[in-house]
Write a protein that binds this ligand. Structure first.
Ligand code: ADP
Ligand code: MG
Length: 702
């Protein structure tokens, strides 16, 4: 149960005066909530900048173009002439150094008269302009009397907004919410408070919303940092609490005697690389421990993560338990089952696939077999976490290309078994701070080597003006029986998967088809799954030689015979994405070529990206350069430097705080794992405030 102390903060915003159904809707959108936001959501919505109204010059000294607050006396009004509503309402005002005109367009009747009564003194703030040589403020931001002025700090917070939501009404709502802030206990330890010089929570919240200095709202300043630390600590503590409750009952082990693994290894047409062997050994060891496994296998595209996952699943199957492998797309899931099924079946392991495409009777039968324990490894998409998917004894969840899934999906999969071990596969090196944020202390295995016999990829940047030469080259390659990818970007990078614009790909497909006839195929994200598979299979079987594709081939698709890739509008792709795309070639024993077709002129960023991608195929180096060019947030595919699921902490600015929050959480787990006593109560408060209280019921009352 949430501590009652916090209840006022969890009241809906509609209990504030001035917040009605219309504001409710806008605030839901702004604060990204499906239900009416609560006061806490408002308080954790922090300003993006400030307006400084502290400059209080005399009219004569006020600089044009700057934000000023003038102390004036209202001299006279000049309303617009009747029948000319487009003319402004002018108010003439002055101080002892000069005159100023306050201008209002289309103001409601009576509005100006009430705001600026003739003969009264007012404080007026806004940006000073010059019109016909006379100082003027158009629509002053603020007009207050003496009493109102005394209450202003002179610095106004500016919040991220959404269309239709006025800054003034958001400010008023937040100011009201602040008055409801209860006295919260201190949950940070005295040592950390001292070392980090954090202000108390009340001061932190107040100063970011009612800044006294311009620097009060800076994300790396003490107030914002304190709030970020709180949020991160809540996250780290929640992860640690969950992890601590996930010990296996004594005697339960998730790895068997190795008989399936050795059969699979014997059946492989290649030898495992050293790092693959090490990863498998580490995983097997984890599976034997009384604590749940939480391990990340990080390996560049083509480093062979799938077989590592299969061997992990085999270890679990040997112990008579089940494994699930969740991939982000249908193509990938099918790809996995294609690699896995022949190896698994030869070893006597039972595998199946479940995606959105398995329906009706087929699906029912599959689910029945799963529940009866007749499937050892189920491969699929997020269809694996649907409610009616019931495992007999799920012991291992493998999540491929993790960053495409939210934390919620990962939890949903692991909740389908008693104490599920988790293996995450990622081609993108995830920065350490992000691993910490989302997984807490996670073990990492790196697949640093490429499988033996891989040929280098020759990567070149070619301007669009030379597309005819490129087409000729593609023609020669097709004539020589080679397999070629031709990648077209989404029209707008911000468009989400599934809604991609198809003109580029379809138009290019048509023009290439005119030239090369039925040797050309097309795949894109809006095609039906079966249709996509059919085209991919034709490509793999050399029935078509040239595959035009959108970024659906980006992740994981494996046609080792493909040796040429043309990427059109390469300047529009991010570095990580280019690397992922290019990873589709250079997988076999033949040399490969990647042509980056770009539109001129190139911007600085695009130029830098194309340079990096030409210079190296090392995914770790590319990820590092990517970080430098774009910031950490984008590694997870999110803009700016936010952390998904976090409202205040930012990966770039608060990286230091992430490790400190982790350390603090570990100390708490050591000294007070049941969150007892006063400090324990305070920490519970923190967990509920940031809604990271999932684990609280597991540790009992304080
Ligand atoms: P990724 O890490 O990108 O998921 P995959 O698991 O899809 O890579 O493997 C890429 C290709 O490399 C597959 O065709 C796979 O059969 C092959 N492969 C995996 N391990 C080795 C190895 N040790 N030696 C040679 N080829 C390998
Ligand atoms: Mg893969």
């Amino acid at each position: 149960m949430r501590p009652s102390l916090l209840n006022p903060l969890f009241a809906p915003v509609t209990t504030l005066s001035g917040v009605g159904p219309k504001q409710d809707k806008l605030l839901r959108y702004l604060l990204d909530r499906s239900e009416t936001p609560r006061l806490v959501d408002l308080l954790l919505h922090l300003p993006a900048s400030v307006i400084d109204r502290r400059a209080r010059p005399k009219i004569r000294d006020a600089a044009v173009g700057t934000m000023v607050t003038l102390e004036v006396t209202v001299d006279r009004h000049r309303p617009p002439p009747p029948r000319n509503s487009r003319a402004p309402y002018l108010v003439y005002a002055s101080d002892d150094t000069g005159d100023v005109v306050l201008t209002y367009f289309r103001s409601p009747p009576g509005f100006v008269e009430k705001l600026l009564p003739v003969g009264e003194k007012r404080y007026v703030s806004g940006t000073l302009a010059l019109y016909d040589g006379i100082p003027q403020i158009v629509h002053p931001d603020r007009v207050v009397d003496e009493a109102g002025f005394a209450k202003l700090s002179g610095i106004d917070p500016v919040y991220p907004l959404t269309e239709g939501l006025a800054i003034g009404s958001l400010r008023r709502a937040i100011a009201q919410a602040l008055t409801k802030l209860p006295d919260l206990p201190e949950w940070i330890s005295p040592e950390v408070l001292r070392r980090c010089k954090f202000p108390p929570i009340r001061e932190a919240l107040t100063r970011v919303h009612v800044p006294v200095e311009l620097t009060d709202i800076l994300p790396d300043g003490p107030f914002w940092s304190r709030l970020a630390f709180d949020e991160l600590l809540a996250g780290q503590l929640a992860l640690a609490l969950i992890r601590a409750t996930l010990r296996r009952p004594a005697g339960v082990r998730n790895a068997g005697d190795g008989h399936l693994r050795s059969k699979i290894i014997d059946a492989l047409p290649y030898a495992l690389t050293k790092s693959q062997r090490e990863a498998v050994a580490a995983i097997t060891e984890d599976l034997r421990q009384p604590v749940r496994m939480l391990r990340l296998v990080q390996g560049d595209v083509g480093s062979g993560k799938t077989v590592v996952a299969l061997l992990a699943a085999a270890a679990v199957a040997e112990a008579g338990k089940q494994a699930a492998l969740m991939a982000p797309t249908e193509i990938l899931a099918r790809q996995h089952i294609k690699t896995i099924a022949p190896l698994a079946e030869r070893a006597g392991m039972r595998v199946a696939i479940l995606t959105g495409r398995e329906k009706g009777k087929e699906r029912r039968e599959l689910l029945a077999r799963l529940e009866a324990g007749e499937i050892d490894l189920l491969v699929g998409t997020h269809a694996l976490i649907q409610d009616d998917v019931i495992y007999k004894d799920l012991a291992l969840a493998v999540v491929d290309e993790q960053h495409r899934f939210g934390v919620r999906e990962r939890l949903a999969l692991t909740s389908k078994g008693a104490a599920v071990d988790v293996l995450v596969l990622s081609a993108t090196p995830i920065p350490r701070t992000l691993v910490l944020t989302y997984f807490g202390d996670m073990d990492v295995s790196e697949l640093r080597e490429k499988p033996a016999g891989r040929q280098p990829i020759d990567t070149r940047a070619v301007p669009m003006s030379r597309i005819e030469d490129v087409m000729d080259g593609v023609g020669r390659a097709l004539g020589a029986g080679k397999l070629v990818y031709w990648i077209c970007p989404l029209v707008d990078e911000s468009e989400a998967e599934g809604t991609e614009h198809l003109t580029n790909a379809t138009e290019r497909f048509e023009s290439l088809q005119k030239r090369f006839g039925d040797r050309v195929g097309l795949v894109h994200g809006q095609m039906k799954g079966a249709e996509k598979d059919r085209v991919m299979a034709q490509f793999a079987a050399h029935e078509i030689g040239l595959l035009v594709a959108t970024t659906v081939v980006e992740v994981g698709v494996d046609v080792p015979a493909a040796t040429i890739m043309v990427i059109e509008n390469a300047e529009r792709f991010g570095l990580a994405q280019l690397h992922q795309l290019r990873g589709r070639i250079g997988r076999g024993s033949e040399a490969s070529t990647c042509l980056l077709l770009y539109k001129e002129p190139l911007g600085e960023m695009s130029k830098a990206r194309l340079k990096v991608i030409r210079e190296t195929t090392d995914g770790f180096r590319i990820a590092e350069e990517d970080l430098k060019l774009r910031g950490e947030g984008d590694v997870l595919g999110i803009r700016q430097s936010g952390l998904p699921g976090y409202r205040i902490a930012r990966s770039d600015i608060h990286a230091q705080l992430i490790t400190q929050a982790r350390d603090e959480a570990l100390r708490i787990m050591k000294d007070n794992p049941k969150l007892k006593g006063e400090r324990g109560d305070a920490l519970r408060c923190l967990l509920y405030l940031y809604e990271r209280d999932e684990a609280v019921p597991l540790i009992g009352a304080g």
